[in-house]
Design a protein around this ligand. Structure first.
Ligand SMILES: [Zn+2]
Length: 116
């Protein structure tokens, strides 16, 4: 069972604290995903939002794992849009690593001495 949940007001709460937010809905949970050896926290968005007043699904269907920032995730139950999901530092470092690798590849392709 997931330990931390993402609610439709944008807050992240532990399973044991879900009952403190009876008017809100669960949009997803936090997962640890591995990106090229580095472990980063991602927001696993569920296919269907669930009320915090019910026992959350053991194996929720996930539609997307968000690693980077996301804004205005809509809750289909109350149509409130969450403030934002913000990337953690580890996720940021992974994205920057990917970015620099891509730049290096581009430079290899297009840079260097033109021989022809
Ligand atoms: Zn909601």
């Amino acid at each position: 069972m997931p330990e931390r949940y993402f609610l439709c007001n944008g807050s992240v709460v532990a399973y044991k604290d879900l009952h403190l937010y009876p008017s809100l809905h669960i949009l997803g949970h936090l997962v640890s995903v591995s990106d090229e050896g580095r472990s980063v926290t991602a927001l696993a968005l569920w296919r269907e939002a669930a009320p915090t007043t019910e026992v959350p699904p053991l194996h929720p269907q996930v539609k997307v794992d968000l690693v980077g920032d996301a804004r205005h995730i809509e809750c289909e139950l109350c149509h409130v849009r969450s403030q934002r999901w913000e990337i953690g530092l580890a996720g940021f470092l992974v994205l920057m690593g990917n970015f620099y690798r891509r730049v290096e590849q581009l430079e290899k392709h297009h840079g260097g001495k033109e021989t022809s």
